[in-house]
Structures are given as C-alpha cells and as structure tokens.
Ligand binder design. Structure first.
Ligand SMILES: O=P(O)(O)OC[C@H]1O[C@](O)(COP(=O)(O)O)[C@@H](O)[C@@H]1O
Ligand SMILES: [Mg+2]
Ligand SMILES: [Mg+2]
Length: 325
C-alpha cells in the first residue's frame, strides 16, 4: 500500500496527512543527495559549527534547507525547530496547526565512512507560537501528534507513528514512492542485545555501571545468559535495529561534560524516537522518568535516553531507583 493511500485510511486529518507527505518528499530529496556521496560533496565538513558547538557537514545544512522548504510548502506548519539553527524558524503561516522539531541529518559523522544516516521529525500541535515564540515548542513528548524518521541505508525507509502503532515504509527507488512494508511493529519485551558507547564507561553513574557489568558477565553472572553488543553511532540506525529485531539503546547521563545531562537532544531526537518506540510496545526513560512526560525547559536541551525492550528498561529504572535511595 502506498503512503498516501495508507494516510487516507488511518487519518481524516488532511492537514496532518499533507504534512507527512511533505516530510516524505524531504526524505526522498535528502536520500538522493546521500546516495551521491562525495560526488555531491556530502562528505565535506563546513568551517561553521551549530548551536551545539559541533562542526557541521555540508549535508547537515543541505538537509536542513531541503526539509525546511518542504515544511514551508506544506502550509500547515507555523514554525520549525532544527538542530542546525539556534532559534526556531517561524513561517508567515503563524496560525497553522503544527510545529515541527527536527534533526535534519542524524549520525552525520557516519557520512565520512559511507555509513547509515537519517532524518528525525517530531510533530507538535501549534499551541500559540505567535504569542509564545520559542516557548511554544516546549511541550512534553506525549503532546506529539506524530513522529517519524527517514533512514538512508541500503534501502530508504520512512518509519512513522501517528499515535496508533509504528509502521515502516520502503522507498520504491524507481517510482520514488514510499510503500508500506511492515505494519504495527512490535518490540519484544526481553532481549539479549544492548547498544551503548562503552568508551564513556568511566563517566557513567553506578546504576548504568551495574547494568552493563551484569550483561558483560553473561552466562557466568546474575543474568544467567550471554549478551551481544552493537553500536552504530547513528541513533536512527540503532533505533531501527531495535524496532526490527529488539534490544536496548542506551545513551545515559554521564559526567564527561557535567553541564550536559546526556548526549541526545530531547525535542528532536529523544521525544520522536520515544513515541515511535512506545507505539511499538517498547519503553523509553531518562533513568527514572518516562521521556515522554518530561517538561522541556529549552529548545536544545539534552537528556539521557534508555529505550527499547520493556522488561530491560524496567530493570534499568529499578537500578536507578535503588541507586537514588
Ligand atoms: O559519538 P557517539 O558518542 O557515539 O554518539 C553517537 C550519537 O550521536 C548522534 O550522532 C547525534 O546526532 P547528530 O549526528 O545529529 O549530532 C546520534 O545519532 C548517535 O546515537
Ligand atoms: Mg542526531
Ligand atoms: Mg543531526
């Protein structure tokens, strides 16, 4: 089933359907640039840094521009918060029904090694951006109307939730149309696979030290079985693996840079991914609290992210609760 047919079947909200179609178009445009690699200059670094102080890749900027143009063209978006700009971009359509928070290119360090990258989108209701300005974006993740990522891998995928399950669409490269290939994804409650950047181990808190130590002890330790490990350095790819074959993805709080609560950004990485994962039967916490219930305090706020298999995330929550007493 093609994306537009699917949208008509599951939602009568034409504005939302149109917005998702424009996000899909942005994904198709970015995918064709990614596939050109060095021929399109996408592996080149810029001399500029973004608001996070990270060196931007040429494709970070191009993806931001392409996605912004599609969101503006939809006419149903009032403003866009992007990883690549300091303050939200407000459109002339200030009373339009939606706001979008986006990471136009996630995992961009992978471009240099021809690895998988993606784009992440969070769709929020417009609760008054004309009055509130950037405050209007500071809504908890549970307010999201939809969330999606586009994954630029061997195949280009659109993974979407509108609050009724998480669904996977694959791009037909010939026709340039997304087609439904997996409906209502379900993440298994248990897993024997974890994803974490262990080079940060010495900075983790005791609860995370305990969880990973127990996994590494495998069959000889308290868990009684061996664990496997994966780390793609691309949240889109790591989350996609969890949606398709299970597991947990962990980017915990650490003391590496004490001013940062975690590495990932709440409004355009943690929240949309948490909605996609919870809609697939998984869980997502910052250690103690559900990510989707966190009240944001600033646009580029960082947050620890532990998401995936429900029972493992509950175990992690227990360990954090025990350590906090
Ligand atoms: O470099 P590290 O510590 O492995 O971090 C990888 C994480 O950083 C990110 O690349 C951050 O995203 P950006 O590339 O959009 O800044 C995530 O995709 C990934 O999970
Ligand atoms: Mg990112
Ligand atoms: Mg990015």
């Amino acid at each position: 089933m093609q994306l537009d047919v699917f949208l008509k079947q599951v939602s009568i909200n034409q504005a939302l359907n149109s917005l998702i179609s424009h996000i899909a178009e942005a994904g198709i445009e970015i995918a064709s640039l990614v596939k050109q690699g060095a021929l399109a200059g996408v592996t080149e670094k810029m001399t500029t840094t973004n608001v996070q102080g990270e060196t931007q890749m040429q494709l970070d900027i191009l993806s931001h521009d392409l996605a912004l143009a599609q969101l503006r063209a939809s006419t149903v978006v009032a403003g866009v918060l992007s990883e690549e700009v300091d303050a939200p971009v407000l459109f002339e359509t200030l009373d339009a029904p939606f706001l979008v928070s986006m990471d136009p290119l996630d995992g961009s360090s992978n471009l240099a090694i021809n690895g998988v990258v993606g784009s992440i989108f969070s769709i929020l209701p417009n609760t008054g951006v004309s009055r509130l300005g950037e405050q209007a974006f500071l809504q908890p993740g549970q307010a999201q109307r939809a969330a999606a990522y586009v994954m630029y891998g061997p195949a280009t995928l659109l993974v979407l939730t509108m609050g009724q399950g998480t669904h996977v669409f694959t791009l037909d490269a010939q026709q340039q149309i997304f087609t439904l290939t997996q409906q209502t994804v379900q993440i298994a409650d248990q897993t024997t696979e974890f994803a974490i950047n262990t080079s940060n181990q010495r900075y983790w808190q005791p609860a995370m030290q305990r969880y990973i130590a127990e996994c590494l002890h495998g069959a000889d330790g308290p868990r009684g079985h061996d664990f496997n490990m994966r780390w793609c350095a691309s949240m889109v790819m790591d989350v996609h693996r969890i949606l398709t074959r299970g597991g947990v993805f962990l980017y915990p709080r650490d003391t590496k840079q004490p001013v940062k609560a975690g590495r990932l950004r709440l409004l355009y990485e943690a929240n949309p991914m948490s909605l996609l994962v919870t809609q697939a039967g998984g869980a997502s916490i910052d250690g103690l609290d559900d990510i989707l219930s966190i009240q944001p305090t600033s646009c580029h706020q960082r947050v620890p992210v532990l998401l995936g298999a429900k029972q493992e995330i509950q175990r992690l929550r227990d360990y954090h609760q025990q350590a906090s007493h």
